[in-house]
Design a protein around this ligand. Sequence first.
Ligand code: NAD
Length: 279
Amino acid sequence: MVKVYKMNDGLSIPAVGFGTFKAADGEEAYQSTLAALKAGYRHIDTAAIYRNEESVGRAIKDSGIPREELFVTTKLWNDSHSYEAAKEALATSLEKLQLDYVDLYLIHWPNPKAIRDHWEEGNAEAWRYMEDAQQAGLIRSIGVSNFLVHHLEALAKTARVTPAVNQIRLAPGCYQEEVVNYCREHKIVIEAWGPLGQGELFTNTEMQVLANKYGKTIAQLALAWSVYEGFLPLPKSVHQDRIKENLNFDDIKLSAEDAEQIKQLAGATPAPDPDSKDF
Ligand code: NAD
């Protein structure tokens, strides 16, 4: 996978990333990350709350791949939405990952339950630290996750740096039109979490019929669609064969008609509402 996207800060990001949510700390996260790096992924997506940064970091180190060839993302959890807490959170993540810098650091959720009455201030303060950490070289690019338009607009009131990335749930049948359009207008790279519908796509007959038509698997079709839309998918698997399969979709040339059908797929779980989540 050689394709990259250009971010609004001038840096490049590999157009597919390896997801690690629910890859258990220890052997599972270590072996799957190592397998992904061997298979050719150069972009790894983790988060403090996944509690697997140590194993992911160990796999990165043991892979022997030069640091500058890798793109590593981690995320600020919901208990760290202040300048000082963000500073501590990043230091902890870097230590666990055994890295001097991360390529991308994201505010994981815009409206944590604990600060629901002052989330704007929480995001602004965490962001202020992230801007300083970027200046200091601890983070290359800074971004957000699960932000809707009103969260992005609130952040823009105080931000010195526009987010380079917004990582949101996007999958066949789960298409967040309003925020996707906003990100496109502001040249914010749109990362797709749950690009395989978090597993639910695999029993979808509409997807199976289309996948058969292209002679590919459902996973490959969903990923080809994601890139067709200009999204950056983050497929997750802990199985070597699937890890490889999920990188092998470049040859799918989707027709506009089929892409539209995938966009409108019935029965998909909608994206969660970040303003009412119970965490
Ligand atoms: P996903 O859509 O990647 O689905 C993963 C599941 O699909 C796996 O558990 C596996 O059971 C199955 N699968 C994977 N490849 C397959 C294949 N080729 N054939 C059959 N089954 C296959 O879901 P996800 O892991 O929730 O999302 C992807 C990544 O996005 C995460 O790992 C994480 O890095 C990120 N993420 C971010 C957020 C956020 O709030 N920012 C939330 C969820 C996930």
